[in-house]
Write a protein that binds this ligand. Structure first.
Ligand SMILES: C[S@@+](CC[C@H](N)C(=O)[O-])C[C@H]1O[C@@H](n2cnc3c(N)ncnc32)[C@H](O)[C@@H]1O
Length: 318
């Protein structure tokens, strides 16, 4: 196991590309749905005029604390931050009196401060309690889930969210250990158990990678949150408004890609074949990956894929 870095900072991925793609109106209202340590937010604020507004969201209380206190505090009258999840975007914005925005950014997954803090339990590289919740004020930790779920459910989570071929073997080992009166409680215990259960090694990858990813996605309902965030974008974006989503693994990117493709296709209603087709609600503006220089400077960016789409003007099409 390695020792964690002690600065807990986050290097923003696709910083310029994301903000370029997002901000089209300097006087518009923008949402950063994944504030983290505010890398994207700060550049968005730089690009906004006096009348522009940036509403930031994060489900992690530590991200909110970073934005509101100490040296990392953002004091800008155009900025506000809210402790909630982007799955709750529509009710959150409606509570703030906002019904339409000009851009929504989602930089998915976990931040480096979350991964690098052993107390958060996200990483198999450091020993700590097996927590993995982004929002530490609610919900069930990974250890609590593994202490109560049946073997089939554990195997399903590890297979579906981690695409782990040895999901059944890992689940069996977890349940056997629990039945022996010694459930896994720490990241080290889990990574050692997985290393014994996973029989083949993928080059350059720790055997625990897939199981840790699976539990994190499950504990934080990440894929459901993403679906809700994308649906919220359709409801909230003004015509010409931009949706920018940065994904870090294929399960997320598949959801984003399919959603944009579906919303970019105009469909005929089979029950009313002579009626005009249902208008499209999004137009895809393409996909961007970090260049070689960014990947060399920040290896965590290597799996990033950014997709940009624009809300079409429904009124103009009708
Ligand atoms: C990759 S980091 C974002 C980094 C940020 N763009 C920056 O440059 O500092 C992802 C952040 O999104 C937050 N997050 C993930 N899923 C979320 C959700 N469903 N709702 C709100 N925040 C979420 C995490 O807590 C984390 O702080």
């Amino acid at each position: 196991m390695s020792s964690p870095p002690n600065d807990f900072s986050h290097t923003t991925v696709l910083l310029n590309e994301a903000v370029e793609g997002l901000v089209t109106d300097p006087d518009g209202i923008y949402v950063d749905g994944t504030y983290g340590r505010g890398g994207h937010s700060r550049l968005i604020l730089d690009r906004l005029g006096e009348k522009g507004r940036l509403l930031a969201i994060d489900r992690d209380p530590q991200a909110i604390a970073a934005a509101t206190s100490g040296a990392t505090r953002v004091s800008d009258p155009r900025f506000s931050i809210h402790h909630t999840s982007f799955g709750q975007l529509v009710p959150t914005l409606s509570g703030l009196g906002v019904t339409q925005v000009h851009g929504l950014l989602l930089d998915l997954g976990v931040s480096s401060p979350q991964i690098d803090d052993p107390e958060r339990g996200f990483s198999f590289r450091f020993d700590g309690p097996l927590d993995m919740r982004m929002d530490t004020t609610r919900g069930e930790s990974a250890a609590e889930f593994l202490a109560r779920a049946d073997e089939r459910h554990i195997a399903e989570v590890i297979r579906d969210y981690g695409e782990e071929r040895f999901a059944v073997q890992v689940a069996k080992a977890l349940v056997a250990r629990r039945e022996g009166g010694n459930p896994v409680r720490t990241t080290r215990e889990l990574s050692e158990l997985v290393a014994r259960a996973v029989k083949t090694r993928e080059p350059g990858q720790d055997p625990a990678t897939r199981t840790f990813q699976a539990l994190r996605i499950f504990v934080n309902a990440e894929l459901e949150e993403l679906e809700q965030g994308l649906t919220a974008a359709i409801q909230l974006l003004a015509p010409g408004g931009r949706l920018v989503v940065i994904s870090f693994h294929s399960l997320e990117d598949r959801i984003v890609k399919t959603f944009i493709a579906r919303e970019s296709k105009s469909e005929f209603d089979r029950r009313a074949p002579f009626a005009a087709p249902k208008p499209t609600r999004l137009k895809s503006l393409g996909r961007v990956k970090p260049g070689a220089a960014e990947v060399a400077a920040n290896p965590r960016s290597r799996s990033a894929v950014m997709r940009i789409a624009e809300r079409t003007d429904v009124g103009a099409q009708a």
